[in-house]
Design a protein around this ligand. Structure first.
Ligand SMILES: Cc1ncc(COP(=O)(O)O)c(C=O)c1O
Length: 448
């Protein structure tokens, strides 16, 4: 497969791996270092003194773009219709194959602007995921709407559409699917539920730049798609966000909402915060546009390679991808840890051992959002008690549990992939060899 292009068919064939069974020879390490003492117990590590590609990266094109903006004196988007923010909005819409884009200061702001623009507020409910960044629910709470959390599919770590449908009430106005790790959620089923119940879909594509499902870029499938450009993301400027969509009128409302309620023509007509992106953030983003697709393709190629190497290995099972997945953004490369294949060593012991081999695996979200304090806060808050009936709030508390999410939080293994998945095949082999070394020597984990 070429480094620049994604071979879509092969990606799907290999990426739908994950069936448990006997370990195939293809997953066994080719490296001689895998038998022997674990590095955490004093053995030779699989990888040492070899840095991973760093993220965020910088290059001359980004620096030139920022210098140009500095010297132009156009530092705020309202100073010019052709400054870096409007220019980036056009470029990003084109890149994502959407008609329109409105930039804002963060992914959370993009989501909140979308909720407000669709007229969702107190008394309304939005169904989203408990396994996400707090920004997802912050966007719903900021509109004083009720975030209803649907449990997960344990293999994909995405919202389970069956649980989404179970949680629809007469006050549900929208579904906010989160494309976790940068890979598509169960889009086919979520869109079908939205259609059946006449709900808006606000895609939380904050982790998901450029990924496609059935030929459509994520973010263009629902009514609105929201992105984050926070420093760790695969397209980053420190803090930043964008909304994309095809409905001109709705996108104009998004503009108005994020511009303190003031429209493009200057009339102040809605409730809205001031969320405008600044020109320097857009300059950093513009400086990456020429090369962003190349990095996206390389991450997919490397992810594809990791999927193929882990195929059939029962100890570490990569994120399930749904039918129709053409590509992912691979913000994270995520897997489930199956301790029964590691002599029942707990995940943290495994992580310590694999980290000592020089492989940067980590857990991810420690507890689902359904277990955080905000639930009590809103249930005791006047505005929620006024806008939602006591029966609804009682039921909300009773049904907040998401046991699959709890399990996913415990079993998750992941690599922050924005930088590391830009590495070489040797780097990818180090990841596999680190995991396999710990597996082959799993009897030593009791001594860690
Ligand atoms: C899934 C998801 N949703 C929302 C957000 C919020 O984006 P931001 O941090 O830019 O506000 C993030 C950021 O990490 C995210 O990963």
């Amino acid at each position: 497969m070429s480094r620049k292009g994604i071979n879509r068919r092969r990606f799907i064939e290999t990426a739908s791996a994950g069936t448990l069974g006997a370990i195939t020879l293809s997953v066994m390490p080719s490296c001689s270092q895998t038998k022997g003492k674990l590095a955490i117990l004093g053995g030779e590590p699989v990888r040492s003194n070899k840095p991973w590609p760093k993220w965020p990266y910088s290059d001359e094109s980004i620096v030139d773009s920022v210098v140009k903006t500095t010297e132009s004196g156009i530092w705020c988007r309202i100073q010019s219709k052709t400054g870096t923010v409007p220019t980036f909005e056009k470029a990003f819409a084109e890149l994502m194959e959407a008609k329109y884009c409105v930039c804002v200061g963060s992914g959370t702001q993009a989501l909140h602007t979308s909720v407000e623009a669709l007229g969702i507020g107190p008394g309304d409910e939005i169904i989203t995921s408990p396994y996400t960044d707090p920004g997802t629910i912050a966007s719903i709470l900021s509109a004083r709407a009720l975030p209803v959390l649907a449990d997960l599919d344990p293999e994909s770590f995405q919202q389970d559409p069956a649980d989404v449908e179970r949680r629809v009430t007469e006050n549900t106005r929208a579904i906010m699917p989160v494309h976790m790790m940068g890979q598509p959620a169960d889009v086919d089923n979520i869109m079908a539920i939205a259609k059946k119940h006449n709900l808006f879909v606000i895609e939380d594509a904050c982790q998901t730049h450029l990924a496609k499902h059935r030929g459509k870029t994520l973010g263009t499938i629902g009514n609105l798609g929201c992105f984050s450009f926070q420093a760790s993301k695969t397209l980053a400027c420190g803090e930043g966000g964008a909304i994309i969509g095809d409905d001109e009128e709705l996108m104009d409302i998004c503009f108005t909402v994020q511009n303190h309620g003031t429209s493009r023509s200057g009339s102040t007509e809605r409730i809205g915060p001031k969320y405008r992106m600044n020109e320097f953030e857009a300059a950093v983003l513009l400086g990456q546009m020429a090369s962003v697709k190349e990095r996206f393709a390389l991450r997919n190629e490397n992810a594809n390679y990791l999927y193929s190497k882990l195929k059939g290995f029962p100890g570490v099972v990569p994120q399930k991808l749904y039918p129709g997945t053409d590509s992912g953004s691979f913000y994270l490369f995520s897997m489930s840890y199956k301790k029964e294949h590691f002599n029942n060593a707990d995940r943290d012991t495994f992580l310590k051992a694999v980290n000592a081999e020089g492989v940067p695996l980590d857990g991810y979200i420690k507890i689902g959002l359904h277990k955080e304090k905000w639930v009590d806060t809103i249930l005791n808050q006047k505005v929620y008690q006024k806008m939602y009936s006591p029966e609804r709030l009682q039921k909300y508390r009773e049904e907040i549990d998401c046991p699959v999410c709890d399990q996913v939080c415990k079993d998750m293994l992941m690599i922050w992939a924005s930088g590391p998945l830009l590495g070489t095949k040797d780097d990818m082999d180090d990841i596999i060899n680190g995991i396999m070394k710990v597996y082959e020597n799993r009897d030593q984990l009791k001594n860690v």
